[in-house]
Structure formats: structure tokens, C-alpha cells
Design a protein around this ligand. Structure first.
Ligand code: GLV
Ligand code: MN
Ligand code: MN
Length: 422
């Protein structure tokens, strides 16, 4: 049943799914890869190009587009009451090195579809409506993920974010200035009435259960670590096996331990080593130094903590046995998040108003919504992706599902517009 809030407030408006799909395909050319994915790392030339596209598209719909000191872009459509804080939508346009066409992009372009629908209908909301393109959600080039929404929410200071470096030693602040997106408005000094983020699920559940919409109730806890193992470079032909200090061999044993720990805390725990640098990386040198990352996740923070304790114990044993020096730092701790019940209710009502098959779901991936939940009533909407595959160039979603998600986003925003600040 459609809520009275939505009925009062433009409940007959729907998004143009064809235009939304065309936007996805058009922007996919910016950083498009031969395998059909996107390589659009944050704060690169490709990121600059897609930001310019985003600003032009929003401006053509009568929005005012600004960016803050972390490069977050805000497209604002005025409301009837300019004194009210905006109801916001958003996600990210940066991608993984071998990313797909949908992760983050569906949320930004779905929000654009909402703005287009409001513009086409001439519907006037009470609150301003804003669409946000967050800087560096992926955390692939500059760790951690959700860096700029984290500064927005006060999780990180701006200075610590600006001083982050990529694996080539380039400072985040310098890369931001180089693409022309270090804005004057200080990041975070921007009141928000509510935040809604549309995203692909990035997992297999919705597709397997033939659901169109995931009503997201929260985000699981996640921790990232950086590990450097130091052994001794030595000759591969002349160093007897018992006399080696092989950092890569120790790393291999730790990688196995990460998997063992995740399985031991199953079925919901996951653990990944996704980045590894072996030095000197020469075929006839026993590796003397290895740098790698660890990603641990579970919906319950207590289990994440138990995984960390278990893993640290195993790592200590491995390096002691191997005669390897260990430096291990926890570089990110994003606790489990529970979204706002009233915003979840807006999404549920909107979903029911269309009759879309739906289920409640907890996000396994990190999202800017996880940090926005600290400063504003927040929730998310998921749509299925093929085989649950994400962070992969073959990532795929159905046009009808993406349009359905944007329709739910539209009605949830209108419901919040009627409900908030009465
Ligand atoms: C973000 O994409 C994450 O979940 O790592
Ligand atoms: Mn994403
Ligand atoms: Mn991602």
C-alpha cells in the first residue's frame, strides 16, 4: 500500500529507466576497459572527466553543483523551504582497477534519474534534494575506503585524509588539487536531513531468491591491516633451505591462516589478502621483504575482534618459526552499522507501493552510507547483480532492476520529504 506521505508528495512520478540505462552506458566509456568494465581510479584524469560529466548533467536539470574541500560533489535542487536541510542521495563514480559498470555508479546515476523525474514533472519538494558523488569510496588507490564520506562524518580529520599516499607515494591532497577538485567549502559543514544510497548488492542473495529489491538494514563490520615481513635477500642457488629467511614463504603461510580464521568464524566471516608486493621480486633471489594487506569482515563486531585476536596469534607463531621480523598495523576499523528505522520504513513503503519482490539484507560491502549513518538518518536500497559478481569487469545488472531501484529511491526520498521536519 502506498503511504499517505508519498501520495501527497508526487506519488505518481516514476523514473525514466531508458535514460538511466543510457547514462550508465555513456559514462562507462570514461575509463572503459576492453573487457567491458571500468578502470576509473579516484583522482585520476578519468575521475576528472566523469565529474565534469556529472556536473553538466545535473546543471542541465536546474541543479546547482558545488564541491567541498575533499572533492565531494553536491548537486542541489531547491525545495519550497530553503531553510530546511537537504534530503540527500548518493554513491561514488570511482572504481576498482578492474571494476564494473555498476558498483557506485548505479547510486549516483539512479539519483540523477530521480532528479530528472522531479525536473520533468515539475514537482516541488519541501526540502532541497541533493545528489552526492563521494570522493574515493573504493579505497583501492588511497586506503581506507569511504575516505571522503569519513571526513564528512568526522571519522577522519581532513589533514589525515589529505596526507594519505598511494602505492606510488602520491599524496591524496596533491592528486585532488591536480584534477581541480579541492573546493573551498570545508568538508562536513553541510547539514543533511537524510541520506539514501542505491547500490547493486555485490553478492548473490537477491538473484538467488528472485528478489528485485534489498531493503538494507545495516553494514557488516570490517577491518583492514597492512603487514610488512622482513627476512633476508639471499642467493636462490646457494642458500641452503634451513638457512633462509624467506619473507614470501611466511606471507604464504599467513595468507593460508587468514582463510583458516575466516572459515573458523563462519558462515558469515570473510578474510582476504588482496594486495601483495614481493621484494626484490627477482626469480633467483630468496625474497627478503613482502608487503601485503588483510581485510577481515563479519556482521558482529565482537566476531571481527575475535578473528583479529585469533589471526594475530597465528601470525606471531608463523614469523617466530620462520625467523622473520613483523610489522603489522590496523589501518581501518569500520564497525557494524545499523541503519535508521524510519528511513528503512520509507524504503519498505516505497518498495511495497510498486509491488516489487523484496527482502531485508545486511551489506557485506562498505558504503559511504556507513559513515553517513553517523551524522544523518540513513539507509540503502540494493538491486541484484548477475551471479553476485562485483569488483570485476564482468559485473552486470538488469536495466529493469536498476530502474526499479531508482523508483524505490525516488519514492523513499519523497516519503522522507513528507515525513521529516513536519
Ligand atoms: C568497498 O568497495 C568495500 O566494500 O571494500
Ligand atoms: Mn560501491
Ligand atoms: Mn566497490
Amino acid at each position: 500500500m502506498i503511504s499517505s506521505g508519498i501520495l501527497q508528495a508526487g506519488g505518481n512520478i516514476t523514473v525514466d529507466g531508458t535514460a538511466l540505462w543510457a547514462d550508465i552506458l555513456e559514462t562507462a566509456r570514461i575509463g572503459g576497459t576492453p573487457k567491458g568494465g571500468i578502470r576509473r581510479l579516484t583522482l585520476t584524469e578519468e575521475d576528472r572527466q566523469v565529474r565534469a560529466w556529472f556536473a553538466a548533467a545535473c546543471t542541465s536539470l536546474g541543479c546547482t553543483v558545488t564541491h567541498d574541500s575533499m572533492g565531494n560533489q553536491f548537486a542541489r535542487r531547491p525545495g519550497r523551504d530553503a531553510g530546511l536541510p537537504p534530503i540527500t542521495m548518493g554513491s561514488h563514480l570511482d572504481t576498482q582497477p578492474t571494476g564494473g559498470k555498476f558498483d557506485g555508479i548505479v547510486g549516483v546515476l539512479g539519483g540523477l534519474a530521480v532528479l530528472r523525474a522531479l525536473h520533468a514533472s515539475g514537482h516541488e519538494t519541501r526540502h532541497p534534494i541533493e545528489l552526492i558523488n563521494w570522493t574515493n569510496e573504493e579505497g583501492s588507490r588511497f586506503a581506507p575506503a569511504m575516505l571522503a564520506s569519513g571526513v564528512f562524518a568526522g571519522v577522519f580529520t581532513e589533514q589525515e585524509a589529505l596526507d594519505k599516499t598511494d602505492r606510488d607515494g602520491i599524496r591524496f591532497g596533491d592528486a585532488l588539487a591536480a584534477i581541480g577538485y579541492r573546493g573551498a567549502p570545508p568538508c562536513g559543514q553541510h547539514p543533511v536531513a537524510a541520506y539514501f544510497e542505491l547500490h547493486i548488492e555485490q553478492g548473490p542473495i537477491l538473484e538467488a531468491e528472485e528478489k528485485t529489491i534489498g531493503i538494507v538494514t545495516g553494514v557488516q563490520g570490517m577491518r583492514w591491516y597492512e603487514v610488512t615481513l622482513t627476512g633476508r635477500d639471499s642467493h636462490a642457488g646457494t642458500t641452503p633451505m634451513p638457512m633462509r629467511a624467506d619473507a614470501l614463504l611466511a606471507a604464504a603461510r599467513i595468507i593460508e591462516a587468514v582463510s583458516t580464521v575466516a572459515l573458523a568464524h563462519g558462515p558469515d566471516a570473510v578474510g582476504t589478502v588482496g594486495l601483495l608486493e614481493n621484494r626484490p621480486n627477482s626469480r633467483n633471489v630468496v625474497p627478503g621483504e613482502v608487503f601485503f594487506t588483510i581485510d577481515l569482515r563479519h556482521p558482529d563486531d565482537a566476531v571481527v575482534m575475535a578473528m583479529e585476536t585469533d589471526l594475530r596469534g597465528r601470525i606471531e607463531q608463523i614469523v617466530t618459526d620462520a625467523g622473520i621480523a613483523l610489522a603489522m598495523e590496523r589501518v581501518w576499523d569500520s564497525p557494524a552499522v545499523h541503519f535508521d528505522p524510519a528511513c528503512i520504513a520509507s524504503v519498505r513503503t516505497a518498495t511495497e507501493s510498486f509491488g516489487y519482490p523484496a527482502r531485508d539484507i545486511v551489506s557485506g560491502a562498505g558504503h559511504d552510507a556507513a559513515y553517513m549513518a553517523r551524522v544523518a538518518p540513513t539507509t540503502m536500497i540494493f538491486v541484484p547483480c548477475a551471479g553476485g559478481l562485483s569488483h570485476n569487469e564482468a559485473e552486470s545488472a538488469e536495466p529493469g532492476d536498476v530502474a526499479a531501484g531508482a523508483n524505490v529511491l525516488l519514492r523513499a526520498v519523497l516519503d522522507a520529504d513528507a515525513r521529516l521536519n513536519p
